[in-house]
Design a protein around this ligand. Sequence first.
Ligand SMILES: Nc1ncnc2c1ncn2[C@@H]1O[C@H](COP(=O)(O)OP(=O)(O)OP(=O)(O)O)[C@@H](O)[C@H]1O
Ligand SMILES: [Mg+2]
Length: 299
Amino acid sequence: MSPIISVRGVTRVFGTGPAAVAGCRDIDLDVTAGELLVVRGPSGAGKTTLLTLLGTLDRPSLGTIVIDGVDTTAAPEAELVGIRRRLLGFVFQRFGLLPALTAAENVELPLRLAGVGRDERSARVALLLERVGLAEHGLQHPDELSGGQQQRVGIARALAAEPRVLLADEPTGQLDSATASAVMDLVVELVHENGVAGVVTTHDPAFMERADRVAHLHDGRLTPNAPPPVAPPSSSPSEMKESARSAPNTGAVMAAAASRRSCISEPELEPGTEPEPEPEPGRRSASDRGRSARNTQRR
Ligand SMILES: Nc1ncnc2c1ncn2[C@@H]1O[C@H](COP(=O)(O)OP(=O)(O)OP(=O)(O)O)[C@@H](O)[C@H]1O
Ligand SMILES: [Mg+2]
């Protein structure tokens, strides 16, 4: 099967001269439909840089990224907007929900922006919320939901537009271990059942065990097909430190996720309504993100 995502020789350098930092270097990567690739790597390894590039929110300094046959590194910004709408769904570590909207309205937003009619929107939102186990929570605002529930709303929103590619940057990083596990189940299930190409970054060994493939990022370089992580139960101090990122079990379940349904393609949120991926201080400036980086193709 030909890959939906095909990355060749991708390098992203931030800054110039002695201050230049390589966010990622010389990445080659293919992801096919129905495949879940988990990218692991320590802080600063380049995970967010890579996902941001795959999501066409930034351009590489070198190399090509082809998504569904389109060379996104050569495409003008206007075409990228269409690609993001039609092909890409994003899930962020900090959920990225709009606080003024209810859960249902957050899920509905991409459909609204895509011009889907009201009745169809309501039907799809109901299905999506049911699929992520939140049929009863559509009227609640994000601050009235638990972290796991918020992340499930984020997943429902990412899927609202039937993306061919699901990109998730540490989607369980803010969740307790049981909720993280339920969110992982959902992502794995959705990738496999909807034939989506999934790329998930994580520190969480539990997510890696459920991946079809694990690639390791270190210092911006990717080692594909890294060996599976050693089973953790009798945790080493470093593993305990990693798992301490997840807190105790709340027993959240995805029971209602049984229904099968198709999804639609995620439209780009309007400027000013698009949730920020990870509002880390000092991260990519608008000018940096928007700049048309040199894009020398290697082949
Ligand atoms: N806008 C930027 N300007 C300069 N350097 C940057 C920028 N964005 C990322 N970097 C650098 O690129 C490298 C990779 O950063 P990135 O955020 O991709 O790492 P990460 O693996 O996502 O880390 P974490 O697990 O902490 O989220 C780091 O050295 C970082 O400082
Ligand atoms: Mg990151």
